[in-house]
Structures are given as structure tokens and as C-alpha cells.
Design a protein around this ligand. Structure first.
Ligand code: MEV
Length: 434
């Protein structure tokens, strides 16, 4: 990583937007070109926007902010997040700051193997078909790789197959399916296009081998062979809050984690908190957040019940330890990554991580986000932290601009009822007395 002067980012949240961009330059994160792009809100050009989707009529913007203080595998990061929800970036940054004081996040990633599915129906003799397909594994892999030779040249490509059978089920009125999984090492790419090309290419051969009918060939977004884990620990003392001792807060966090392990209604919200962080980085990095969402929630259900994705426990020495494992179908090349100004900026600010490093960053942000949410929930609740930003949103909705936003928000916080009517009244009052 090129050297950065992180101390230039002190009190970042207190600065004006233009001052933040200047601070990023002083800290060595951006040069003149990137500064201009940031100043222009990472705008998509007309041509690029029009060529990305069909029937394009406008671009839809989201705020793009930086989560600070992340220490991941001994490397400092400021992490770009594209996000509409207030408090998320503040929460991630505050958790990251706490963990950075105690070693930061440690991560581990599996090999980057994505899965393609070929689905066969009407297979006359499934047992025989399975044996034949198994015998011809090398040929199947070869045909898949011939369909996308460039990945093989770069050292990746189709690697192996797994054969799965799903029996006919009278309860659901479903027939027998023979399913061939192709495991593909996608290197720096998420690999959706590559895998879809490979799967379509091998379908006729699989029909020939099995005597069945191919229904489809497509990537599976359930990326169980591409996982990333982050872990972190903090001494209980560092968790004390108000009247509550550090041990009490730790025990409440552990209890919250246990609850989300056994209650699906809580688990969904617990995991939503994790995805607040994950999706924001996935989106900012030009990756497919729908693929991430789909895979993650299936992974949360892998035991047969939907459960928390993270766990918080007490270590033998009394520290709080957290761990999160997520499927990580992300890449650093492909899709819009090479031309979308926001995605390009994110890779630049992260100092061009490879795909494994990007996985590590994303899963760490998820764990930080989860910690902040449950720590707030079991101590002061989340509304207190939300109120400041909520007040600002109301001020903007009431028509406040520039410095009036802070004036209205500050006044609004003194009122019992924080609502739009109140915000409008305060704004009118400020304007009349100017
Ligand atoms: C809100 O966007 C996310 C939380 O509900 C997560 C959680 O409850 O753990 C605060």
C-alpha cells in the first residue's frame, strides 16, 4: 500500500464536504483527477449511463461516504460506502476505531471457486447417467474451459464437477432433477458471464452423456465455495457504557448473538444490520449486491433454519470475540468496475485490493456494523444515535439549505416532537428573524 497520512483525516465528520476532499488529498488518498471526480459527485457521463441499461432516462444518486479507522490484517483502510441510510457510516467507523485499538480485524478467505449449475430432466437411468458423467469429468471440464480460454491462460478456469440428484417429490409435485455443478476458479472476476458461457457450452454434451433434457445452465449465486471470514476481539473493559460495566455490556452482546442464533425473526434484523455495511461496500465497489444478498441469506439458512451470520462469544480471558463468515461473490474486474466512476474511485481509495483483499474488507465492515448495532441495541438503543441525522433529514425535507440545515436540526433536537411540521416552523422562524 502506498503510504498514507491517516492523521489528516482527524475529525473528518466535522469538516465540510470540500474540506473532506482536501483532507483526502493531504492524506495521500487522491490526486487532482480524483478530487475533480469527487467534487463532481462521481457523475456518470451521458454516454456511459445510456449504454449501461435499457430505456435509461436519468441517473439515480446515492451519498458516497467513507468509513474510517479500519485496521484489517494489519493494513489501514478508509472504506467507501454508497448508502442512503443515516448512521451506518458513523456506526462502522466507531466500531472500527474500537477494534483498531485491539489489533483490528483478522480475516481468512477460501479459494475463489464459483459454481455453475447444469440442470437435466427426464434422465432415463439416473444411476447410469451419474456414473457416465463422473467418468467424463475431464472432458466436461475441457469443454467448459474451451468456451472461455482466457481464464485458463490467466491460471484459473473450470476445476471440477459435483453431481447432485434431487428426487421427485409428490408433496410439491416436482420431477426428478439431475444437477451437475461445475466449480470454476474465477480469479479476480466474480465470474457470472464466464460461468454462464461455460454452462451453456456444456449443456449439449451433458444431454448426450445422460440421455436427459437440459433445462438450463447458469451460475449459482449460492457461493458456498467462496467464503470470507473476519474475526475480532476486544477486552471487556473497553465496552463499559454509562451505568453498565464492560462485562455487563459484553454479556448482553453475547446474549443478543445467542438470540439471533435461535430466533429467525431477530436473525433477519441482525443480519440486515450486517448487510447495511456489506451492501454499501459491494455497491460502492461496482459489485452485484443482489448476488451478495441472495447468497448470504441462503447461507444463513444452511442449517435448515434461518440464523445469525455472526457470533459473539466470551473468550477464556474475558474478552469479547466476534466472527462473521459470508459467501463473497465479488470481483475486482468485470461488470461496470472498469468504467463506472464511483466503482473506480472505490478501488482507488482502497489502493487497488485484489479480490481476496476486497472480500476481507467487506466481511470486516459487516462485522463492525453488526457490533455497533447490537452494542447500541443492548445499551442505549439505536434511536438516540439516529436522532441527529434524522433531525438533519427533516430539516432538508422542510426546505432548509446550506447553514440552515444545522440550525434547524439543532433546534429540532430540543423539541419533544421531531417532525416535519416542527422543522418547517423552525425554518420559517429562522428566516423571519434574519
Ligand atoms: C437498522 O438498519 C439495522 C439494525 O436494525 C440492525 C440490528 O437490529 O441488529 C439496527
Amino acid at each position: 500500500m502506498t503510504s498514507k497520512n491517516i492523521s489528516e483525516l482527524a475529525k473528518f465528520y466535522k469538516k465540510k464536504r470540500t474540506e473532506r476532499i482536501d483532507a483526502l488529498e493531504k492524506a495521500g488518498f487522491v490526486g487532482t483527477e480524483e478530487k475533480d471526480l469527487l467534487a463532481n459527485h462521481l457523475a456518470l457521463s451521458e454516454d456511459v449511463a445510456d449504454s449501461m441499461i435499457e430505456n435509461q432516462v436519468a441517473t439515480y444518486q446515492l451519498p458516497y461516504g467513507l468509513a474510517l479507522n479500519f485496521l484489517i490484517d494489519d493494513q489501514d483502510y478508509v472504506v467507501p460506502m454508497a448508502m442512503e441510510e443515516p448512521s451506518v457510516i458513523a456506526a462502522a467507523s466507531s466500531a472500527a476505531k474500537l477494534f483498531a485499538q485491539h489489533g483490528g480485524f483478522q480475516t481468512a478467505v477460501t479459494e475463489r471457486m464459483m459454481i455453475g449449475q447444469a440442470i437435466l430432466t427426464n434422465v432415463p437411468d439416473p444411476e447410469k447417467a451419474i456414473a457416465i458423467i463422473d467418468d467424463y469429468e475431464i472432458d466436461i471440464i475441457q469443454k467448459a474451459n474451451q468456451a472461455h480460454p482466457s481464464i485458463v491462460k490467466r491460471g484459473g478456469g473450470a476445476d471440477s464437477i459435483r453431481i447432485r440428484e434431487i428426487q421427485a417429490d409428490p408433496e410439491y409435485n416436482t420431477p426428478h432433477f439431475l444437477i451437475v455443478h461445475l466449480h470454476v476458479e474465477t480469479l479476480e472476476a466474480m465470474g457470472a458471464n464466464m460461468i454462464n458461457t461455460m454452462m451453456e457450452a456444456i449443456l449439449p454434451y451433458l444431454e448426450e452423456l445422460s440421455g436427459g433434457t437440459a433445462l438450463m445452465g447458469i451460475l449459482s449465486n449460492y457461493a458456498t465455495e467462496c467464503l470470507a471470514t473476519a474475526s475480532c476481539r476486544v477486552p471487556a473493559d473497553a465496552l463499559a457504557k454509562g451505568e453498565l460495566s464492560g462485562e455487563e455490556v459484553r454479556d448482553l452482546i453475547v446474549l443478543a448473538s445467542q438470540l439471533a442464533t435461535v430466533d429467525p425473526y431477530r436473525a433477519v434484523t441482525h443480519n440486515k444490520g450486517i448487510m447495511n455495511g456489506v451492501d454499501a461496500v459491494v455497491l460502492a465497489s461496482g459489485n452485484d449486491w443482489r448476488a451478495m444478498e441472495a447468497g448470504v441469506h441462503a447461507y444463513a439458512s444452511r442449517s435448515g433454519q434461518y440464523r445469525a451470520l455472526s457470533s459473539w462469544k466470551t473468550a477464556d480471558n474475558g474478552d469479547l470475540i466476534g466472527e462473521l463468515t459470508l459467501p463473497m461473490p465479488v470481483g475486482t474486474v468485470g461488470g461496470s468496475i472498469s468504467f463506472h466512476p464511483g466503482a473506480k474511485m472505490t478501488h482507488h481509495l482502497l489502493d487497488y485490493p485484489n479480490a481476496e483483499q476486497l472480500e476481507s474488507i467487506i466481511v470486516s465492515v459487516g462485522l463492525a456494523q453488526n457490533f455497533s448495532a447490537i452494542r447500541a441495541l443492548v445499551t442505549e438503543g439505536i434511536q438516540k444515535g439516529h436522532m441527529g441525522l434524522h433531525a438533519r433529514s427533516l430539516a432538508i425535507s422542510a426546505g432548509a439549505t446550506a447553514d440552515d440545515i444545522e440550525l434547524v436540526a439543532a433546534e429540532l433536537k430540543n423539541h419533544k416532537h421531531m417532525n416535519l411540521a416542527q422543522a418547517k416552523e423552525i425554518l420559517d422562524h429562522i428566516k423571519q428573524n434574519r
